[in-house]
Design a protein around this ligand. Structure first.
Ligand code: MN
Length: 197
């Protein structure tokens, strides 16, 4: 099946002033689109992948060490997930059950925030930082390039894209500033909570 670029779950200007229309136009319209186009082109030569879902393509290409297919398929998935991790007027502390779980597994919201920030800051080069559910507990992961929790036995709950293309137009080299803005103004905790189900 042909994989498609999903629409953004909000308008191109919805995350301003924190993430600009220009960033979303490039990040969604160019970068994410290119991963979709590359994946579909690669799959033309791999008919056994043709009927698989995106998640199945990711798992099979990881198992078969088909790096090109894995990288593009995982980046399609990662970006779709990342868009949903943000919303206008998001960020700050979550409420209810999620906050209780953060307290249980990190001690305080501030401790979670510090661990997530450190993972995002210290991912050398391109990659992602994640809040995941693993072995029944919340924990923090970071992954390089296209790598993602589902191939490491963890369920993704929240991610931040720390490839430079995610923040360079708005924050230039200041990754730390982008991470703070993401946590304080953009996180869609309703989406994070829905991933617990
Ligand atoms: Mn990206």
């Amino acid at each position: 099946m042909a994989h498609e670029l999903p629409k953004l779950p909000y308008e191109m200007t919805a995350l301003e002033p924190h993430i600009s229309r220009k960033t979303l136009e490039y990040h969604h319209g160019k970068h994410h689109q290119t991963y979709v186009t590359n994946l579909n082109n690669l799959l033309k030569d791999h008919p056994t992948y043709a009927t698989l879902s995106l998640e199945e393509v990711i798992q099979r290409s990881f198992g078969e060490k088909n790096t090109s297919i894995f990288n593009n398929a995982a980046q399609v998935w990662n970006h779709t997930f990342y868009w949903h991790c943000m919303r206008p007027n998001g960020g700050g502390q979550p409420g209810g059950d999620l906050l209780a779980l953060i307290h249980r597994d990190f001690g305080t919201y501030e401790a979670f925030r510090e661990a997530f920030t450190q993972a995002a800051l210290t991912q050398f080069g391109s990659g992602w930082a994640w809040l995941v559910l693993k072995d029944g507990k919340l924990s923090i992961m970071k992954t390089g390039n296209a790598d993602l929790p589902m191939v490491h036995g963890a369920k993704a709950l929240l991610t931040i894209d720390v490839w430079e293309h995610a923040y360079y137009i708005d924050y230039h080299n200041l990754r730390a500033q982008y991470i703070n803005i993401f946590l304080d103004h953009l996180v869609n905790w309703d989406f994070v909570g829905s991933n617990m189900a």
